[in-house]
Design a protein around this ligand. Sequence first.
Ligand SMILES: [Zn+2]
Length: 314
Amino acid sequence: MARLIDTIEGHAGQWEQLLRQLREGTLAHSLAFTGPAGIGKSRVAWALAQALLCERAPEQRPCGECGSCRRVEQKQSESVLTLEPAGTQIKLEAAHQVLEFLALRRISAARLILVNESHLLNPQAANALLKVVEEPPPGTHFVFIVPEITQLMPTLRSRSQVLRFAPLADDALALGEEIPAWMLRSARGSFEKLAAFRDEEMDDLRQLAFTFLEASVAGRREGLEKLLAGAKDRETALQAVRFLQQGLRDWTLFGTGREIHADMRERLARLPQIEPRRRVGLWAQAQRMESDMIGNVDRALLFENFFYRATGVN
Ligand SMILES: [Zn+2]
């Protein structure tokens, strides 16, 4: 039993604003929560659901204990509907689900429709939602979760009140624990990423990515072989590419104190001096690797191409 808001680190300003608007009866029927992935936007939306639905709601601060609060906490509330992408899009069927949900007799004071990854709403789905977003039934609230407001369909954007969420400060992320600096910097305010980085295999992968960079620049193939052996699935390979990008970034920012992987400084110091233009070319290639990999280009081929390009920079 819990008030969800008590389980969320940070975002106090956003939360107080939502509560104040709820108390004053000015809470928008359509809200857009913007900010990087994994920083708790969706969790604040669920906390808002408790505030909207709490049976006791003293001054709209949810009690966390009544039946409604508990059903929301367990994500079993009949008054909350969540939409998620199916594959790479939120399709028309999902919008139809919303219309059906709103056609049901309302059994609570409020209803909340939470649309995760709203930038993936396809145009048909967004159009189908337009009318209910514009003239929602009483007590209905939409929350569109999206990294950047410009990624939300303009028709929905113009009808939504935007609430910005910032990445969490490093100290809020660390919560008083000893966490290596590279993890905090690389997680960029995301609890999800930080949790993933704390897996020991993640540090092994990071070492492999740096070894690959060093060996490639020196024209040695062994780094490639090791990395390919270590990055067996697509997710792992994608993370290896991100570490590679960060390694190239740190190489460029070497000595400025702004490096992500400051503990790798000595290894970066041993890399050869090459023309900045070539280094930037490598970095751009590592960026393309990521989108190519998401587009299902063969992983081994992408690492191989990088190796040949890096070998040629000297
Ligand atoms: Zn309650």
